[in-house]
Design a binder for this molecule. Structure first.
Ligand code: ZN
Length: 449
């Protein structure tokens, strides 16, 4: 029997559904079959002998798998090696030379390190920015690991900062068509393609526009880029195009509901209106924005104006980890001193990291909440640890997750009904092995820089 055809019952302490009513269910089990959530079963109707597998642990809380909408799998190998620099210098001196020195083997290890860390921290879906070369390596790691996500070739046909890391427009366009053809919607739709121009300064207008046109041939794919992250970057964009970053995107027709813009730290009123009118999605990365000294994105303003905001850890070298818990916590805390304590409450952050993430990626019919009919992308988390609230009222669940938990609280994780982490152990990777191999690959990579 194929593993996900098994009938499985999870009996947790409670279920945080993240559905439209934010229901929290007690004394309820979740039935899973064929990778999907079949039904909720009240305690008094459970027939344990009907199932191939029982996960019965009433100390654990069941939540939807987390969704990160901006990640760089290719950069995880470079953690700790690009410290204390602002964005453009960080790219020029460190990240571009490092990415340029990737081989298929070093890229493979970077992808494995990333997926391992994401899964152990309860992230089950991500949107990756990719890298210039060997995109198929990242896709095959995503396929083999069982995680859900989007990746794509990181497009660069201009690079004044580090000219060795770029390609011609024609090559870029050819390669994205091959990759999208081969990988979009593979593995029953678990793997999707993201068209990923790196940022305005690394792409010609032709590349930005033609990529958007190609995207329309691949329903369910997204257009993923960086925007308005840093003041020096914005100055340069203005110098070249005589427009603000988002105004430029709008003028060439690449803003719509399938576009995800990472950062949007510095935006004008006119740009916010464009984001709202085009229903463009923002991936907010507070740790990276703080660490690269970029600034504090006006998230309360975006939310008030009805603009979609979701969360991502960005790259390991500007964070320096991939934990959604850090991003939820920081996204809330950095706004409170200016906007007041009532802003960015824990439930808002939890929804941004789950169902709102699913909506931004147009996956809301499949994942992001715990509801019958959706895919079983689920996380069991221990909120009864020494570091969580000691109250029995159940009212503290959101603040326990957002403000007093970390990846350490995550116990078990499944994607598409398959366990990928069980009892804090990865069922995908041997930790010692991937860390040892990664150290070796990094040593060799640094010789090539
Ligand atoms: Zn990024």
């Amino acid at each position: 029997m194929n593993n996900n055809q098994k009938k499985l019952l999870i009996i947790p302490k409670r279920i945080i559904t993240a559905d439209d009513e934010d229901r929290i269910l007690q004394n309820t089990a979740v039935e899973i079959k064929d990778g999907k959530i079949i039904s909720f079963i009240p305690d008094n109707q459970i027939q344990k002998d009907k199932y191939d597998e029982l996960y019965d642990d009433r100390n654990l809380t069941l939540i939807p798998g987390f969704i990160q909408t901006h990640i760089h799998l290719s950069q995880t190998l470079f953690r700790g090696l690009a410290e204390d620099l602002p964005l453009l210098e960080w790219l020029r001196l460190k990240i571009f030379p490092f990415e340029n020195a990737h081989t298929e083997n070093s890229l493979k290890m970077s992808a494995q390190l990333s997926i391992n860390e994401l899964l152990l921290g309860g992230t089950t879906t991500f949107l990756d920015m990719g890298t210039l070369r060997s995109g198929e390596v990242v896709f095959s790691e995503m396929i083999n690991s069982g995680i859900r996500g989007f990746s794509g070739k990181c497009l660069m046909d201009v690079n004044d900062l580090f000219p060795a890391l770029m390609s011609s427009t024609d090559v870029e366009i050819n390669e994205i068509q091959t990759l999208a053809e081969n990988f979009h919607n593979s593995k029953d739709g678990r793997i999707k393609y993201s068209f990923s121009p790196r940022f305005v300064l690394s792409c010609t207008e032709r590349l930005l526009k033609e990529t958007k046109a190609i995207m329309k041939d691949y329903p369910g794919s997204v257009y993923h880029t960086h925007s308005s992250e840093n003041v020096d970057e914005i100055k340069e964009v203005k110098k070249r195009f005589h427009k603000e970053n988002i105004e430029y995107f709008d003028s060439i027709g690449v803003l719509d509901e399938h576009t995800v813009l990472a950062h949007c730290v510095h935006t004008s009123e006119n740009e916010r209106k464009m984001l709202k009118d085009k229903n463009t999605k923002i991936a907010h990365c507070p740790s990276a924005n703080m660490k690269l000294g970029s600034g504090i994105a006006p998230i309360p303003k975006y939310l008030k104006e009805g603009i979609s905001v979701t969360l991502g850890a960005d790259g390991a070298p500007c964070n320096n980890n991939l934990s959604i818990f850090n991003e939820m916590r920081l996204a809330s805390l950095i706004q409170k001193p200016v906007h007041g304590t009532e802003i960015m409450d824990a439930k808002t952050l939890f929804r941004m990291a789950t169902i709102e993430g699913a909506k931004a990626l147009h996956l809301q019919d499949e994942v992001g909440s715990i509801e019958p009919g959706k895919k079983a992308d689920l996380v069991l988390i221990n909120l009864d640890s020494y570091s969580n609230s000691y109250s029995d009222s159940g009212e503290t669940v959101y603040s326990d997750i957002v403000f007093s938990s970390s990846a350490e609280n995550v116990k078990s994780v499944m994607v598409d009904g398959e366990w990928l982490v069980k009892d804090r152990q990865s069922l995908v990777y041997d930790q010692k092995e991937i860390v040892a191999k990664s150290r070796e690959e990094l040593r060799e990579l640094l010789k090539r820089v």
